[in-house]
Design a protein around this ligand. Structure first.
Ligand code: GLP
Length: 249
């Protein structure tokens, strides 16, 4: 695992954008895994500002979507991907895959999503955020390491945290469709991003704690190619492990 600690959100954006751009320049037909949430926003803004990389041949898979929402609903992750990734980077809609939160048969839609990832040759680089409770995508504590794309209930903590994006807390959906931890671990390179003091404990557990379903993000320790980029506040509790984990500043 490579751990990169940067000063703040802008530096996190620049460092992560560099990893993504390098991947796409090496293989313009790369398959990227897209995370939503506030943490990756500076990353996508940097990618859009960098005219030196052509993203038009890349294929993208979003990690998750709320059940009951889909683009163009402003809080849907499908709309997030359009607004912050595919639109600014000029990636055609047919190259963008988001789990279908409106499907009549959600189970079928989950199976189809897994088949689409496989048909694309798997994910080359998976961008990940981390929840305050250590969730990855919407894999809440208790999710199985081998889990695949499925419908999940959202924890009270996650609904509270995500209420900031909705007009009122009761309009936060109660369920989501999420790639499973097993789906995420199948990507060839994981890029976990964390910023802000509210992520410090989750980052510490993910990087340095035991691998446990209590902290879903701890499964990254099982993966052979992981880059964690955290700002100083999110990395605050990692001080004592810096000697053990290669750290770049
Ligand atoms: C949501 C998403 C996760 C994301 C997390 C953290 O719950 N489903 O994929 O990692 O929020 O988001 P933020 O970066 O806004 O803190």
């Amino acid at each position: 695992m490579q751990l990169v600690v940067v000063q703040g959100r802008q530096e996190l954006g620049a460092a992560a954008a560099k990893v993504i751009a390098e991947q796409v320049r090496a293989n313009p037909r790369s398959v990227l895994g897209i995370a939503t949430g506030a943490s990756p926003l500076p990353v996508y803004a940097q990618l859009a500002a960098d005219s030196g990389t052509d993203y038009r041949q890349t294929t993208c898979f979003a990690l998750d979507e709320y059940v009951g929402l889909a683009a163009p609903h402003p809080q849907s992750y499908g709309q997030f991907v359009r607004d912050h990734v595919s639109g600014p980077l000029g990636i055609a809609p047919e190259r963008i895959h988001v789990p279908d939160g409106l499907a009549e048969d959600l189970e079928d839609a989950c199976a189809l999503f897994e088949q689409e990832i496989e048909a694309a040759g798997g994910v080359d680089l998976q961008v990940l955020g981390i929840g305050r409770n250590g969730h990855l995508a919407f894999n809440e504590p208790g999710s199985a390491v081998g889990s695949r794309t499925r419908v999940v209930p959202l924890s009270a903590d996650t609904r509270r945290a995500n209420a900031r994006f909705f007009p009122n807390p009761s309009s936060v959906p109660t369920h989501a469709v999420t790639q499973g931890l097993g789906t995420i671990l199948a990507a060839r390179h994981l890029l976990l991003l964390a910023s802000g003091p509210e992520k410090a404990s989750a980052v510490e557990r993910a990087v340095n704690g035991s691998v446990t379903t209590d902290c879903p993000a701890s499964v990254i320790q099982l993966h052979p190619h992981v880059t964690v980029i955290a700002d100083e506040q999110a990395a605050d509790s990692l001080g004592r492990v810096e000697a053990m984990v290669p750290t770049l500043h």
